[in-house]
Design a protein around this ligand. Structure first.
Ligand SMILES: C[C@@](CO)(OP(=O)(O)O)[C@H](O)COP(=O)(O)OP(=O)(O)OC[C@H]1O[C@@H](n2ccc(N)nc2=O)[C@H](O)[C@@H]1O
Ligand SMILES: Nc1ncnc2c1ncn2[C@@H]1O[C@H](COP(=O)(O)OP(=O)(O)O)[C@@H](O)[C@H]1O
Length: 461
């Protein structure tokens, strides 16, 4: 039997839950059984982890069905990542599938700049602690402050503490000629008002950019020959027009760099959706390559290069949820409460340029204030009436979501969203989403995942 490891997709959720249910039967005779019997993987949490690219499956090459999986957990924070779960169907054990999954996850974590992988397991089960020990994990003092988070979670779950052992494996940073992995987060515009038009046709606006803990994944590997190659790309976007390539080329020229780069992208942010995917990809290329190529450009210089690429690029370069004015380039970081979002994709490409040209667009709105936004008084999006009139599918998505709370359009659309105070509320809305739309749940963040990655990779900027 041969197998391959791939990123899990939403369609794998049921199979993964079934693998876990089958694998747990191996503990029937173990004192931990009453606990394991009572809990199982929450499918919604698994789906969110899959959408964030944190789950991989081992697929049987013949059946193409998952026979094992590994799930990483970023809750530890800083440069530490956790293994939330790893399971292989008992019928497929002793074929190296578990080891391959473990190595795959550790390789990804290393490329993403993580310096340590932690896990909690059972000391006395041969396929638990001894298996991890064979793969470079060492048992740590479980009372160490670094494991307080894991101990708390065990306590919340009622896991019998005496059976638990925590293990860690150190990871080295990728060498200069190895692949590195960088996030390109999406954004939502929590409101958008147009206050004027400049002589060059660009519009003066006010908006709040909320960065999300979800987005595209960019892989970069520097080259000595100065060439910029996009190896896997954005469907429907040729390399010559890809913002990633534009950003890399602009930085290389501006900073007089001799090196080049290989680029791969895993596109998750729908294009032309108002979630800023192209702009964020460009910002990630600028910020990550500034580090990898050792250009030494300041955040101001990078943001200015970003502005030359597009109005939305600077906020992603700065990496903070922000109040923005000008054409979107004057950015003031803003502290927003912890919130989740149910985001709906009506599968409608909306042209930003066409909307900005619409005759019915309100271009002379009075300026709003941060306090009018914070009080909930200013939450409108100037594009919404026009998008509603021109794009019935987006209107239908707004109407459906509006049945659950205050539905909003992001940027020029077509994605729409609803803000909630708890993850469960967002999940409850996403669960009921009609099949004609795609819904998912994302968390808003203050600091961009790109900048967290930059710190992990040892940069200060
Ligand atoms: C509407 C917003 C809100 O965040 O986002 P999206 O819906 O695109 O995500 C942005 O303002 C979009 O920014 P971005 O997508 O970077 O715009 P650009 O590529 O610079 O410009 C695309 C076109 O939109 C128009 N444009 C853009 C920004 C702006 N402040 N005034 C404009 O008039 C210009 O006609 C330009 O030709
Ligand atoms: N790396 C990229 N990712 C997404 N879109 C890109 C990229 N490079 C170029 N584009 C082009 O930019 C257009 C706008 O993309 P995007 O930023 O996703 O939308 P929006 O501005 O609505 O948030 C796409 O339709 C696509 O043609």
């Amino acid at each position: 039997m041969s197998f391959r490891i791939e990123r899990a997709v939403t369609a794998h959720v049921d199979a993964i839950c079934a693998i876990e249910r089958t694998a747990v039967q191996m503990f029937r005779e173990h004192p931990v059984w009453p606990f394991y019997k009572a809990i199982s993987i929450p499918p919604e949490q698994l789906e969110e982890a899959i959408q964030r690219g944190l789950v991989w499956v081992a697929l049987d090459d013949e059946s193409n069905e998952p026979v094992g999986f590994v799930w990483l957990d970023t809750e530890h924070g800083g440069d530490v990542i956790g293994i939330a779960e790893i399971d292989v169907l008992p019928a497929y054990s002793r074929r190296g599938i578990g080891a391959a999954l473990l190595e795959h996850a550790c390789d990804w974590a290393r490329a993403a700049g993580y310096r340590r992988v932690d896990l909690g397991t059972l000391a006395d089960v041969p396929w638990n602690a001894p298996f991890y020990a064979k793969h470079g994990f060492v048992t740590v003092n479980k009372w160490d402050a670094a494991f307080a988070y894991a101990r708390d979670r065990d306590r919340e779950n009622g896991f019998p503490d005496a059976l638990r052992v925590f293990m860690s494996r150190r990871l080295s940073l990728p060498a200069a000629d190895e692949w590195t992995v960088w996030p390109a987060p999406a954004k939502l515009n929590l409101f958008l008002r147009i206050t004027g038009r400049r002589e060059d046709g660009y519009h003066e606006l006010q908006t709040v950019f909320r960065l999300l803990d979800w987005g595209d994944e960019i892989r970069l590997r520097t080259r000595d020959d100065g060439e910029i190659h996009r190896l896997t790309g954005v469907p429907g976007v040729p390399a010559e027009t890809d913002w990633l390539v534009h950003a890399a080329t602009l930085l290389r020229t501006h900073a007089g760099v001799r090196a080049g780069v290989d680029i791969e992208v895993e596109k998750r942010i729908p294009m032309g959706s108002g979630l800023g995917g192209g702009s964020s990809d460009a910002a990630t290329a600028l910020v990550a390559l500034n580090h990898l190529w050792k250009c030494g450009l300041s955040a101001d210089e990078l943001a200015e290069l970003g502005r030359q690429l597009g109005a939305d690029v600077p906020v992603f370069v700065r990496g903070r949820s922000a109040w923005a004015t000008g054409i979107g380039e004057h950015i003031k970081p803003i502290t927003l409460p912890k919130r989740w979002y149910a985001v709906l994709d009506p599968h409608e490409h909306v042209s930003t340029e066409t909307l900005f040209q619409a005759s019915e667009l309100t271009r002379n709105a009075p300026p709003a204030t941060i306090s009018s936004f914070a009080s909930g008084e200013t939450l409108e999006n100037a594009f919404e009436p026009i998008v509603r009139a021109r794009h019935p599918r987006v209107a239908a998505a707004l109407d459906w979501l509006g049945g659950h709370g205050h539905a909003r359009l992001s940027g020029s659309g077509g994605c729409v969203f609803l803000e909630t105070a708890t993850i469960e509320q967002a999940e409850a809305v996403a669960r009921r989403c009609p099949a004609s739309f795609t819904a998912w749940v994302v968390e808003g963040v203050g600091l961009s995942p790109l900048h967290r990655a930059l710190s992990r990779h040892g940069a200060t900027g």
